[in-house]
Design a binder for this molecule. Structure first.
Ligand code: GUN
Ligand code: ZN
Length: 434
C-alpha cells in the first residue's frame, strides 16, 4: 500500500464552527471533489474538474456518491476498557470498583497489552476515528504497547499511563516517584516519534495523593509540550470524596488548579457539575471541557451543559468524545447523536454542521493540532473517512427523502454507526474498508 493516491467523492471540511446551514463561509462542500495525496499528506483538494494534470492518475479511488470528511478525532477514550463496555453498574464509583479496576490489572502483562493495542486501534479505524487521546492503565507497558502499535499503523495517537496511588487495588497503584519516572520515560521514548505523543495523565484527584498531584504538576511544568488529561466533576459522590480528600480546596476544579494542572493543553473529561466559579477558572485558564455523552447517560452522571460553556467570557473551550468504556459506543456518529439528545433535554440545539465540525476540526483545535489534522486541505495529514448515508436499510429508506447536506449529516449522526464508514484512510493509506 502506498501513501500516495487520488480520491474522488463529495468533500466536506470546515474552516471554523458554523452558525448553521446558512453560514456557508464556515465550510467547504464540493459536489464532485478530488483529493490528491503524496507522502501521507494531502497535496491538492478541490473540484475534480480543476485537478492539475500533475496529480491526475489512472489509479483513482472513486468513492462517489459517498461523502469524504476528515477522520474523526476522539478526545477521551480508555485503551484498557474495550472489554469493560456494557458492564452493569449504577454509577461511576461502583462501575470503577466492580469492573474497571479489575479489568485494567490485566494490562500489566505486556503481551496482553500488545495484543489488545492492535485490536483497539483497529476498532477506532473501523469506526472512522483516526486520532484519539487515550488513557492507558497504570502500567507503563500499556502506553508502550498502544503508542508502538500507533507508530506501526501510522496513526496520530496521544496517550499516557495513568498515575494513581490511592483508592484503588494495590495491583493498580504506582507511587508519586514511579508515576513521575514512568511518564518521563514514556515522553523520552515516544513523544514526537512519527505521529504519536504522550499525555500526562493523573487519572483523577480521587486516586492521587497530594504528593502525586505535586509530581503531576512538576511533569506539566517540565513538559509544556505535552497534553494533560484527567477527569473532573463527573459524579456527585466523586465530588464529595474529592472535597474530603482535599479539605483546603475551594472546589474540585481548585484541586487541579492548585497543582498547576489547568491550562490550554489540559483536557478535563466530563465537567458536568461545575459551579460558576469553576467555570470562570475553566474559561480563564483556556482548559478544555470534554463532553462524553454516551458515558454520562450510561453512568447516570448528568447532562453536560454546552450553553454554560458558551456563557463564560471567553467561551470555555470544549471537545466531544466517546469515553469508552464508561461510554457505550466507539462511534463518533453515535456519540454526536447522544450529544444531540443530552443538549436537547436541556432545550439546547446542536446543528449537525456544528456536530461534524466538532468531531473533526473542533476536536483538532481542542488538542492544538488544527494545523495538521481536521481539514481536507493541501498540507494537512491525509487522514479522512468515506461516509455512506445508505449503509443500513433504515438509512437507505430515510435517505430517499433527503435533499440538503444538513439533512444528510443529521441522518448519518442519528442513524449511523460503524457501518456508515465505507473506508478509513490514515496517512494516505487505506487502513479500513467496510
Ligand atoms: N474517573 C476516573 N476514572 C474514570 C474512568 O475510567 N472512566 C470514567 N468515566 N470516569 C473516570
Ligand atoms: Zn474517562
Amino acid at each position: 500500500m502506498s501513501a500516495n493516491g487520488l480520491y474522488r467523492a463529495r468533500l466536506l471540511w470546515f474552516d471554523r464552527e458554523p452558525d448553521g446551514a446558512e453560514d456557508t463561509e464556515a465550510f467547504h462542500y464540493i459536489e464532485d471533489g478530488a483529493i490528491a495525496v503524496a507522502g501521507g499528506k494531502i497535496v491538492w483538494s478541490g473540484d475534480w474538474a480543476d485537478l492539475p494534470a500533475e496529480y491526475s492518475s489512472d489509479d483513482c479511488e472513486d468513492f462517489r456518491p459517498h461523502l469524504i470528511v476528515p477522520g474523526f478525532i476522539d478526545c477521551h477514550i480508555h485503551f484498557p476498557q474495550g472489554q469493560v463496555v456494557a458492564s452493569y453498574a449504577g454509577s461511576l464509583l461502583e462501575w470503577l470498583n466492580t469492573y474497571t479496576f479489575v479489568e485494567e490489572q490485566k494490562y500489566g502483562d505486556p503481551d496482553f497489552a500488545e495484543a489488545m493495542a492492535g485490536r483497539f486501534l483497529d476498532m477506532l479505524l473501523a469506526h472512522g476515528t483516526t486520532t484519539a487521546v487515550a488513557y492507558g492503565s497504570v502500567h507503563k507497558c500499556s502506553a508502550d504497547a498502544l503508542l508502538g502499535a500507533a507508530v506501526s499503523k501510522g496513526m496520530r495517537i496521544i496517550a499516557g499511563k495513568v498515575m494513581m496511588d490511592r483508592n484503588a487495588p494495590e495491583a493498580l497503584t504506582d507511587t508519586p516517584q514511579t508515576g513521575y519516572d514512568d511518564t518521563k520515560a514514556l515522553i523520552a521514548e515516544w513523544h514526537g516519534k512519527d505521529r504519536v505523543e504522550v499525555a500526562i495523565s493523573p487519572r483523577f484527584a480521587l486516586t492521587s495523593t497530594e504528593a502525586q498531584m505535586e509530581m503531576a504538576g512538576t511533569l506539566v511544568r517540565e513538559h509544556p509540550e505535552c497534553l494533560v488529561q484527567t477527569h473532573l466533576s463527573e459524579n456527585h459522590r466523586e465530588i464529595e470524596t474529592v472535597a474530603e480528600l482535599f479539605p483546603w480546596s475551594k472546589d474540585y476544579t481548585d484541586v487541579y488548579d492548585h497543582y498547576g494542572l489547568m491550562g490550554p493543553k489540559t483536557l478535563f473529561g466530563h465537567c458536568i457539575h461545575q459551579t460558576p466559579r469553576e467555570m470562570e477558572r475553566m474559561a480563564e485558564s483556556r482548559s478544555v471541557a470534554v463532553f462524553c455523552p454516551t458515558s454520562n447517560m450510561f453512568l447516570g452522571s448528568g447532562l453536560f451543559d454546552l450553553s454554560k460553556m458558551r456563557g463564560t467570557a471567553p467561551e470555555t473551550r470544549h471537545a466531544i468524545a466517546t469515553d469508552i468504556g464508561g461510554g457505550t459506543n466507539w462511534s463518533m456518529l453515535r456519540t454526536l447523536d447522544e450529544g444531540y439528545k443530552v443538549l436537547n433535554l436541556q432545550g439546547q440545539r446542536y446543528h449537525p454542521l456544528r456536530s461534524f465540525y466538532q468531531a473533526t476540526l473542533g476536536n483538532a483545535r481542542a488538542i492544538g493540532m488544527d494545523d495538521r489534522i481536521g481539514k481536507l486541505e493541501a498540507g494537512y495529514e491525509a487522514d479522512f473517512i468515506v461516509l455512506d448515508k445508505t449503509s443500513t436499510p433504515a438509512m437507505a429508506l430515510r435517505a430517499e427523502t433527503i435533499s440538503t447536506l444538513s439533512e444528510e449529516l443529521f441522518l448519518m449522526q442519528t442513524l449511523g454507526d460503524d457501518r456508515a464508514i465505507a473506508a478509513t484512510i490514515v496517512s494516505g493509506v487505506t487502513a479500513h474498508r467496510r
